[in-house]
Design a protein around this ligand. Sequence first.
Ligand code: FES
Length: 569
Amino acid sequence: MAKTRKAKGITQGLTNYGDNAFSAYMRRSFARSMGYSTEMLKKPVVGITATASNFNNCHRNVPEQIEAVKRGVLAAGGLPMDFPTVSLGEVFLTPTSLMFRNLMSMDVEEMIRAQPMDAVVLVGGCDKTVPALLMGALSAGRPAIQQIVGPMMTNRFRGERLGACTDCRRFWAQFRAGKVTQAEIEAVEGGLATTAGTCPVMGTASTMASITEALGMCLPGTAAIPAVHGDRLRAAEASGARAVAMIEEGLTPDKIVTPKSVENALRVLLAIGGSTNAIVHLTAIAGRMGIPISLDRLNAISDETPVLIDLKPTGDHYMEDLFFGGGVGAVLRELKPLLHLDCLTVAGETLGERLAREDGAWADPTVVRPVSNPMRENGGLVALFGNLAPNGAILKRSAADPSLFESEGRAVVFSSLEDMAARGDSDDLDVKPGDFLVLQNAGPKAIGMPEAGYLPIPAKLARQGVKDMVRISDARMSGTAFGTIVLHISPEAAVGGPLALVRNGDRIRLSVAQRRIELMVDDAELARRKSAWKPFTALDNKRGYGKLYFDHVLQAEDGCDFDFLRATR
Ligand code: FES
C-alpha cells in the first residue's frame, strides 16, 4: 500500500499560546514530567480509549487489554497513551444507554482530534460502546482500529448453561408465570454474568462486534474471542502494532467504511440473526461517513441472505461456541459470493485477500451452518411500512413466531411505560390471547428509546401459558430477547406519529409477507384524533445534555444520531 501520511507525534495540534515553539517546548516539558525520554517523545503516538469503570461490568478487564495494546504499540515503534472516555454500562444507566451513545461519540471524536495522537485503538465492547467509539473515530478521521472487549463465558445452573441475557429473560418469564421460585430466581441472578466480557449470546454487543469485523474495522478473526481468553490479549497486542503501521500507510477510516463495506456489514447482520439495535447503530455509523442505509435495501438483502448462525436468542449456542466453531470468518466464507470482496480492512488487506488466506479453514457446522443447510432461508430482520409506520419499523422475524406473521388483532394500548407498569399485570386488564399489545411514547424523544419493546406478556395470560403475542412500539428491544415484536415505529408517538393515534379496540393488521403494518381506522377518524393530540416527553429536556439530546436527536431511520453530527457525502 502507498505510504501517504507521516506521523506528527506529540507536538501536533498545539495548545494555542500564540507562539508555537513555546507551545511545543511546554508540551514536551510536561510530557517529560511523566517520565518519557526524549527518544520516546519523538515516536508516533497511538491513543487508546479507556472505557472501563465500576459502572461497567462488561469492561472490567479493559485495563488488562490496554496493557496488551501498549505492548503492541511499543514493539512496533510507537508511543502508546491511553485516555479516559465515557463508559456506558448497559444496565447501569437511566433512562437508557442509547441516550448517551451520542454523548460518548462526541467525547471520543473531540478527544481524538484535540489530543496529539496519530492513530487510535478503540477498546470497548458493550452495546453502545462499540457504536459510539466507531461513530466518534469515523468523524475524527484519524487511523483507527477497534479492539473488541469480547464476550463473557457461560455459567451453569443445575447442569444447564446460563448466559446473559437471553437466559435472564427466559428465567424471568418462568418466574412471572409462577414456574420458578423466589429462591431459584435468586440463584439464577447470581449466575447469569460471571466473567468479564459482554453478553455471550448474539445480542447487541455480539452483533456489533461481528459487524465491526465485517465492516473491516477490527482485525480478522477477533470479534468472537472470549474476553478472558489469552487470544483476546494477543488480539490487543496485534491491534496496537497494527495501529502504528496504519499511520505510515495513511489508512484512515474513510478508506475502510464505504458503501460496499456497509453493505457487507448489513449482510452479516442478517446472516447472524443479529440484534434489531444494530440496524440503528449501523445507520448511525454509516451516517458519519454520509452513507445512507435504506430500509427497502435492508428488505432486499434480507430476502437473499440466509441466517447461518445457531446462537441464542434464535438458536442454541453462545459466543464462545462461535469462537471455537470458526468465528465470524466462517460466516464470511459462507457468504463469500454475496460480499464485496474488494473492501479494505484495518489489516491492510482486502476482504477477498483475507478469505483467500482462510480458504478451507475448519468450521463447526452445528454453530455456523453452511449456506446449503441454513437456520433460515432468509435474513433475520425485516422492515415494515404502512399507515402505522410511514417511515418504517423493524421486526426480527428470526426471533418471532411465524404463526403470527399474517395476523390481525385488537389493540390493547398502553400510553406510556408508566401506564404499562401500572396496568400490565392487572387482573382487570381487558386482554385476550390474540390481541396486539401497543406501547406508545417510548421513542427517542419520549424517553430515549429504551429497550422496552419486549412488552411482558400480561401476567394473567402468562399464567394461562401464553408465550408470544404481537407487540408494537416505538421503543427498541434487547438483542437478547425474542418474540413477535414490531419495533422502532417511525415517526414515534411523542412527535405525533400515527402510533399516538391508536386506541383500545382498534384493529391492526400485520403482514410480514407484504412488509406491512396497518392501523385499520379510516383517515377521517385519524384526523379527528390527531387534532386532539399533544406532544409528549418524559425527559428532562430543559438544560444540559438532556436539552441537547432532545433538540437534536433524529428518528430510528436516521440511527438516532444528532442532526449536526451526520456527514453529507
Ligand atoms: Fe454489556 Fe450486555 S450488558 S454487553
